[in-house]
Ligand binder design. Structure first.
Ligand code: OOB
Length: 556
């Protein structure tokens, strides 16, 4: 029997009761549930516009009523309190209706990203024992019904529900029914499952409770100065923790503002939306911020500058934003920059809107909550000297105490006293702000999209001509990092002409139906890996090798 079978597989590791009491007494956990964001919104801001997507819009009243109706229809399909549902919707109004309908039912959406493919989706369905999969018919040129069909064929979910042309599947459209009685929801239960960037194997599922998530949303909305006047443009996939809750879509709805959903962040689509809806705030990853600045500069030069006059705050996070780029934001885009350093597991740091410019461009902010505990330690978990660089550990009122059904992994990812090992290498300034200096986790941060090295290595190892594989980050001026896979071919393919060509390996990976962002940007063949003194693959050496190889030649 494996270790994982011996240990009970707990869905939600609760906070110790003493801490939970403190969080309640301090007013962080209010006992309210996520569904209350809309039910209260309908009372307080009934006729105001809550959501705009394309030519459609929803008032708070509409959205609240639609979520109730949809909850009723989903319930008739057997979705009940405690059910898990894989939701893979792009930035369309239905995404918001669906998640609130599930919150109302006490069912937990698993927040899949539109870029996930069958490899990830089937795993989430199976691992979480999901009852349903909800997806669009088509989006971004991809037909999600193909995933639905395979899930059904493999018996991995009972229901496949499709927004748009549903074919043989259940049409989402048909599920808006007369509302039934709403079940009582326990605020300390799982509200939703976020996905970890992952380091070993597939993404871990991150159980977030109503209590903890709502607190992070409320506190984020306050820090970011949201109000009914806020118009927020969602360009990142709304399921991701950053655009969902930091303060994101949920924060804006909590504050009575308007969410404008866009399926693309490309300047030619986003800039006109900003002008048309007088958008005040948006959130993005560093590469997109760079693309916006370039586009804006070019449009100015061409004599047709975009109208970004309504934009007050640009949030940038998900990966390190260089100081040089950060300094350009206000001069080029004419708005404030807010850096956001967060993680789906919990802890989120913001630079504050009234911080001086040097703090904003040189740090990644400070934690949301006075109750967030931050420890910076060395390899032996000993605190480093004040201001020194070390590994970030954290614990607090909205940071999980354990992944969903992952006892073995939890033992490694959390300290005995409940601190989450973020895997980020940081230092703390005198003013209590964090600066991200690097990463100790075996992951590639590809412009905010996280690739777990081990997961990709396993896919490569499945190829008959691959003996071993080691995946590392290589520097990239645009994405910050890209993915390089070092591959040792099998003995019988050692000679260059017998080796698989890089394009064969890439084709093989694509056929394994994994998210496109996980496909390596480069494949390098090598005879043996450099090793550390302990005999492990020396990834630092590999990172250096590839960085040197791709560095532009220096001019003498
Ligand atoms: C956000 O969440 P995840 O779960 O996709 O990724 C978390 C990891 C962090 O541990 C860190 O390694 C990296 O992404 N990261 C940053 C960063 N923000 C995230 N690294 C450097 N600078 C930053 N500003 O990425 C996320 C969740 C909520 C809000 C914002 C981002």
């Amino acid at each position: 029997m494996s270790a994982s079978m011996e240990q009970p597989q707990i869905e939600l590791t609760p906070w110790p009761e003493a801490e939970a009491e403190l969080y309640r007494a301090a007013g962080y956990w209010t006992g309210d549930v996520l569904g209350s964001i809309l039910s209260r919104g309908a009372q307080a801001f009934g006729d105001r516009t809550a959501v705009i997507a394309g030519e459609r819009s929803w008032t708070y009243g509409d959205l609240n009523a639609r979520a109730d109706q949809l909850a009723s229809g989903l319930n008739t399909l057997g979705i009940t309190p405690g059910s898990k549902v894989v939701v893979q919707l792009p930035n369309i109004g239905e995404f918001i209706e669906v998640i609130f309908a599930l919150f109302r039912l006490g069912a937990a959406p698993i927040m899949a990203l539109p870029t996930h493919r069958y490899a990830e989706i089937s795993y989430f369905c199976e691992f979480a024992d999901a009852v349903a999969y909800i997806a669009p018919a088509k989006s971004g040129g991809f037909d999600y019904r193909d995933i639905g069909k395979k899930l059904k064929d493999e018996g991995l979910v009972r229901q496949v529900i499709i927004a748009g042309d549903a074919g043989d599947f259940v049409p989402l459209d048909g599920l808006y029914q007369a509302p039934g009685a709403a079940p009582e929801i326990d605020p300390s239960a799982i509200a939703l499952l976020q996905l970890s960037g992952g380091t070993t194997g597939m993404s871990k599922l991150i159980p977030r409770t109503h209590d903890d998530y709502l607190y992070s949303v409320r506190a984020s909305a306050e820090i970011c100065g949201l109000s009914p006047q806020t118009v927020y443009l969602a360009v990142l996939p709304a399921a991701h923790n950053f655009p969902l809750s930091s303060p994101g879509v949920l924060g804006v709805l909590y504050a009575g503002g308007t969410v404008v959903l866009s399926e693309s962040g490309a300047p030619d689509i986003a800039f006109p939306l900003i002008a048309r809806h007088r958008v005040t705030m948006t959130a993005m990853v560093p590469p997109l911020a760079l693309a916006w600045m370039t586009a804006c500069d070019n449009l100015k030069k061409s004599g047709a500058p975009p109208d970004l006059s309504s934009l007050q705050v640009l949030q940038v996070g998900g990966a390190k934003f260089t100081e040089e780029a950060a300094r350009r934001v206000t001069p080029v885009l004419g708005c404030k920059l807010q850096q956001v350093f967060g993680m789906a597991e919990g802890l989120v740091n913001y630079t504050r809107l009234d911080d001086d410019i040097d703090t904003v461009v040189t740090t990644q902010g400070r934690p949301i909550s006075p109750a967030d505990e931050v420890r910076i330690v060395d390899e032996d978990d000993q605190p480093v000297a004040p201001g020194a660089t070390g590994l970030l550990l954290t614990r607090g009122p909205y940071t999980i105490r354990g992944y969903f059904k992952a006892a073995e992994h939890n033992a490694k990812s959390f300290t005995a006293d409940g601190f989450y090992r973020t895997g980020d290498v940081v230092r703390l300034t005198d003013a209590g702000y964090l600066v991200v200096e690097g990463r100790a986790k075996d992951q590639i941060n590809r412009g905010g999209e996280k690739v777990a090295a081990d997961e990709l290595e396993n896919h490569l190892l499945a190829h008959p001509l691959v003996h071993d594989a080691a995946v590392v980050a290589m520097p990239d001026p645009y994405l910050g990092e890209r993915t390089c896979a070092y591959v040792i071919p099998q003995n019988h393919a050692a000679a260059p002409e017998q080796r698989p060509r890089p394009q064969d390996l890439l084709k093989f990976l694509r056929e394994r139906d994994l998210a496109v962002f996980k496909i390596p940007d480069r494949i390098e063949f090598i005879d043996a890996f450099p090793k550390t003194r302990l005999g492990k693959v020396d990834k630092k050496a590999l990172r250096q090798m590839i960085a040197e190889k791709i560095a532009p030649p220096t001019v003498a």
